[in-house]
Design a protein around this ligand. Structure first.
Ligand code: ADP
Length: 212
């Protein structure tokens, strides 16, 4: 069993919650002049490791428990929603040229394609766009739905799924990103993006919160 070692930010969060709990993630973020999204991995680690308890609509409070959680328990408790990023989506009729611009603009490696009802229809990777660019064609005349990988061949995950399961899917399918979807009767709404970078960040936060 590894004793847990907290990083500076996690210690600061603990101090704030001890002094002010119950307190919402939003309020903790305000005090640290950070966004809620930046704090999400730290709050997840502190909760999973047993330092904090979280109650819906109440907030975080100090559990007072001595953390005795093994690193494998922490890993098994990591959820997609704690580490996912904001998705970048384009419509099916957008041109390959505009999709490439979008990729640079938003600094992402994978774009998700949606129809007019905002439902997931495809995925565009860097190499999908590069391959088309090699063809010497007019990129502003080719809509992305011609070149994308399309449903139902999209590998995805859901927000409450374990991060380990999603990581398996990334490796097994040899892809860089999964859309995080909300499964609705009419199709999938894209609510997040889970990439290899998110998995690397989770890996690092584990090393920061456990003495390895
Ligand atoms: P790259 O092609 O830039 O190496 P990927 O490895 O992510 O990036 O993509 C490889 C291929 O798999 C591409 O054709 C892409 O459209 C497809 N792809 C990427 N992500 C997914 C996904 N979540 N589900 C299904 N296919 C995907």
């Amino acid at each position: 069993m590894s004793p847990i070692e907290l990083n500076k930010r996690q210690e600061e969060i603990l101090r704030i919650v001890k002094g002010n709990g119950p307190i919402t993630g939003e309020q903790i973020a305000d005090r640290l002049h950070l966004t809620r999204a930046t704090l999400r991995p730290d709050l997840a680690i502190l909760t999973m490791a047993g330092f904090l308890d979280a109650r819906p609509r109440v907030g975080y409070f100090y559990s007072g428990k001595k953390p005795g959680q093994d690193i494998s328990d922490t890993m098994n408790n990591m959820k997609v929603k704690d580490f996912q990023s904001i998705p970048v989506v384009v419509r099916e009729d957008v041109s390959v040229y505009d999709a490439i611009s979008q990729m640079f603009l938003d600094d992402v490696g994978t774009l998700f394609v949606v129809d007019k009802n905002s439902l997931l229809t495809g995925v565009l990777s860097r190499k999908d766009l590069l391959r088309t660019s090699l063809g010497n064609q007019d990129l502003s005349a080719i809509p992305v739905h011609i070149i994308m990988t399309r449903m139902p061949n999209i590998t995805y995950c859901v927000k409450n799924e374990s991060l380990i399961q999603a990581a398996h899917r990334l490796i097994n399918q040899q892809i860089d990103a999964l859309p995080v979807v909300d499964e609705q009767p009419e199709g999938f709404k894209v609510i997040g993006r889970l990439t290899k970078t998110n998995i690397t960040r989770a890996f690092l936060s584990l090393s920061e919160s456990h003495e390895l």
